[in-house]
Design a protein around this ligand. Structure first.
Ligand code: 5GP
Length: 121
């Protein structure tokens, strides 16, 4: 499967579609999910064109990998849910068909602001 340049997050990254931005740096963009499932529901996406975590693991540079992981922590801090500022949160990434992935650009859901509950329904 090739990366689809017309996926919705690609359009958010190139500014064709607006988002409610939380944080941005050279490696990641974070914004609120349009259909929040919890009190806080953010998305963190790498700026590079990666379909999912498998693609990212195989093809991203070490700098991109560090940037993404650190980016998640920066977003958690900004939202006051990191372990030093708040009460924790959950990060989740859906991968392909069985994972339930809808948008084919790697993204991490960040849920917080309340008890997140069961890990898998
Ligand atoms: P997935 O099922 O691929 O892991 O999650 C995709 C997420 O993207 C869903 O939670 C959905 O609500 C969110 N989403 C889809 N389209 C848009 C959009 O245009 N803007 C924002 N902010 N979120 C979106």
């Amino acid at each position: 499967m090739n990366y689809d340049d017309n996926n919705i997050f690609a359009k958010i990254l190139n500014g064709k579609i607006p988002c409610n931005k939380i944080y941005e740096d050279n490696f990641v963009l974070s914004f609120y999910d349009i259909n929040p499932q919890k009190k806080i529901h953010a998305l963190v996406i790498p700026k590079g064109k990666y379909i999912d975590l498998d693609d990212f693991s195989l093809n991203a540079s070490p700098e991109e990998m560090v940037g993404l992981i650190k980016g998640i922590n920066k977003v958690a801090k900004k939202l006051n849910v990191s372990t030093d500022l708040g009460r924790g949160y959950r990060v989740l990434s859906n991968i392909s068909d069985h994972g339930g992935q809808e948008v084919p650009h790697l993204h991490f859901h960040l849920f917080g602001g309340e008890k997140i509950g069961r890990m898998v329904e």
